[in-house]
Design a protein around this ligand. Sequence first.
Ligand SMILES: NC(=O)c1ccc[n+]([C@@H]2O[C@H](COP(=O)([O-])OP(=O)(O)OC[C@H]3O[C@@H](n4cnc5c(N)ncnc54)[C@H](O)[C@@H]3O)[C@@H](O)[C@H]2O)c1
Ligand SMILES: O=c1ccn([C@@H]2O[C@H](COP(=O)(O)OP(=O)(O)O[C@H]3O[C@H](CO)[C@@H](O)[C@H](O)[C@H]3O)[C@@H](O)[C@H]2O)c(=O)[nH]1
Length: 425
Amino acid sequence: MNVSIVGSGYVGTTIAACFADLGHEVVNVDIDEDVVETINSGEAPIHEPGLEERIAEHAGDRLRATTDYETVRETDVTFLALPTPSREDGSIDTSIMEAGAESLGEALAGKDDHVVVVKSTVVPGTTDSVVAPAIERGGFDGATLAMNPEFLRMGSAVSDFLDPDKVVFGATSEAGYETLREVYEPLLADADAAVVETDLREAEMIKYANNAFLASKVSLVNDLGNICKEFGVDAYEVADAIAHDDRISGRFLRSGVGWGGSCFPKDVAAIIAAAKSEGYDPTVLEAAVELNDGQPERLLELLDDHVDVGGERVAVLGLSFKPGTDDIRGTRAIPVIDGLQERGADVVAYDPVATEKMAEKRPDVDYADSAREALDGASGAVVVTDWDEFGALDDEFDAMAERVVVDGRRIVERRDGITYEGLTW
Ligand SMILES: NC(=O)c1ccc[n+]([C@@H]2O[C@H](COP(=O)([O-])OP(=O)(O)OC[C@H]3O[C@@H](n4cnc5c(N)ncnc54)[C@H](O)[C@@H]3O)[C@@H](O)[C@H]2O)c1
Ligand SMILES: O=c1ccn([C@@H]2O[C@H](COP(=O)(O)OP(=O)(O)O[C@H]3O[C@H](CO)[C@@H](O)[C@H](O)[C@H]3O)[C@@H](O)[C@H]2O)c(=O)[nH]1
């Protein structure tokens, strides 16, 4: 099939390269010329394992990128993979979606029909009441609308996309379902995935329910972990035991300093705001956010129990929101750094890949080139991200002025000679 994808970020580029790999002719449309050039030169505009090889193989052949929306006319179906950020009050900001949908409408004007699939995460009703009118404002009223939420994770985007546990097709007509079935046919032939066919609003809500459930699961395990800590109980032993109950499952059961990223904070905030706008207060989701917001301070209070950090050098190990990525959006490192600075500490931070991004955002922090350098002379260390290399730290701790380590991710090996505190164990 001829597939166009509007937006070449994490989602748009990943699905474009994967659809090309599955045999489709794919064009990526983006307003960013650098992104377009990068893809056309066979390189990946973002770092994801398996992406660069796929782009290198298909660019100039089954995969191309352009800033010219007119190209979508030659395709059978267009996926909108545009950002849906939060407004100040947490509600979804659809302005980028609307701008993209209007440009799409202009480009499609005069065509008989075209299937438009919303890939972005949008609150129930958006495809129908925001995207469709925007396409019409652009000048095209023949769109067959569909909604196909994406569940890939950063750091494993390609493998998550190619081997999903489910795919969700929301549509208003048989033509919409039929197109999605055809696009996904080569993927579903090899993957053991459930296919959920539903209406537009349900498809939109399934994405929020998925993220809200997982974020709340982590908040719940953090809540239980905080109780464990009060009783001197090891929350990880408890979690490993309850994980045997397949109604609970062992995934997303790692307690610690909380969840971040470009999706959980934004999406939980958006669905809370959407619920409130309809007059419903989602008590559990609000509590999940509150709990998450409190974990960095609990981490620092454990440090306070051992060191008065005012005027002291303190090492922050890990800056990305999770290992395997340089993404710092929603990272717990920011509230941890803020809390340390409020206490008058001299913060020195280290991350294997995210330092550059954090330095742009927070030039007020000192950055080290290695964990050893960050720990050198520090009167305390806090671990924010579970990078494997922190698990291998050993004599690096010997250079600390006071060997106090507070671990927010259960990654550092407890050892003789250091005062070790786990956040929930
Ligand atoms: N990042 C993830 O892990 C992930 C996973 C699942 C779902 N999602 C959802 O997918 C959507 C896209 O997220 P993302 O992370 O890929 O975004 P992103 O910010 O990485 O990329 C968006 C791209 O859209 C381009 N763009 C902006 N305006 C445009 C326009 N008018 N026309 C063409 N291109 C335009 C930008 O230049 C950018 O390259 C969001 O709704 C997000 O919530 C993201
Ligand atoms: O047991 C756990 C699991 C995760 N986390 C934290 O939760 C956050 C999110 O992690 P993860 O879900 O792996 O990262 P994302 O790449 O943000 O992926 C989420 O957000 C995407 C965008 O919507 C969805 O597509 C994915 O399905 C969903 O997992 C990170 O800060 C993790 O450190 C924990 O604290 N404990």
